[in-house]
Design a protein around this ligand. Sequence first.
Ligand SMILES: CC(C)(COP(=O)(O)OP(=O)(O)OC[C@H]1O[C@@H](n2cnc3c(N)ncnc32)[C@H](O)[C@@H]1OP(=O)(O)O)[C@@H](O)C(=O)NCCC(=O)NCCS
Length: 178
Amino acid sequence: MGVDHVMLRPVAEDDLPVLERFLWDPEAAGSFEWHGWKDPGLWRRRWAENGLLGDDAGQLLVVCGDDRLGFVAWRKVVTSQLSFCWQIGIALVPEARGRGYGTEAQRLVVRYLFAHTQAARIEAGTEVTNIAEQRALEKAGFTREGVLRSYGFRDGQWRDAVLYSVLRDDVLPERDPA
Ligand SMILES: CC(C)(COP(=O)(O)OP(=O)(O)OC[C@H]1O[C@@H](n2cnc3c(N)ncnc32)[C@H](O)[C@@H]1OP(=O)(O)O)[C@@H](O)C(=O)NCCC(=O)NCCS
């Protein structure tokens, strides 16, 4: 099945091992997302609390048919006393990478957040050397805004990040097929 069949859906209890793999398997997390071993019960507790769908943060599973490809996540970033934007993230299992799924999943989470919240801006940051994520964001409609120097600490070094955003006005309303 191709990218046209990629969907996002809430995480069910039997999906949790897919997410938990990113907590205990450095290879699954990938070099950009491995920050050392973390509490292995983290996702299960959060799932029991709210199904990983809270008011200020959420996660959805990325699927293609019966295949569980990974997850997308978002969290609220307060930008003024009156406003906030969403910051999104994504992690696909190694077997699913490089086939267009990451681009499509990020397109879908943008559509989802603009449809179901009033936010005007969605942002995403990634390390300057994470070319796959930068290309995926650009193909999903994000605009590169700039480089944040020494933004994230990972594997013994401070690393520069690139910040991207997509605005509600950047996303054309979907045409009525009729
Ligand atoms: C980053 C990630 C979400 C990208 O999704 P993906 O499905 O692998 O990427 P896509 O297949 O949609 O490809 C998007 C673009 O990146 C390119 N690309 C894919 N993998 C690449 C790689 N390893 N190196 C360089 N470019 C790559 C593709 O060729 C494509 O560009 P093109 O159309 O110009 O050829 C996915 O690889 C992943 O989950 N990686 C591990 C976790 C991670 O890094 N998350 C982001 C942290 S901020």
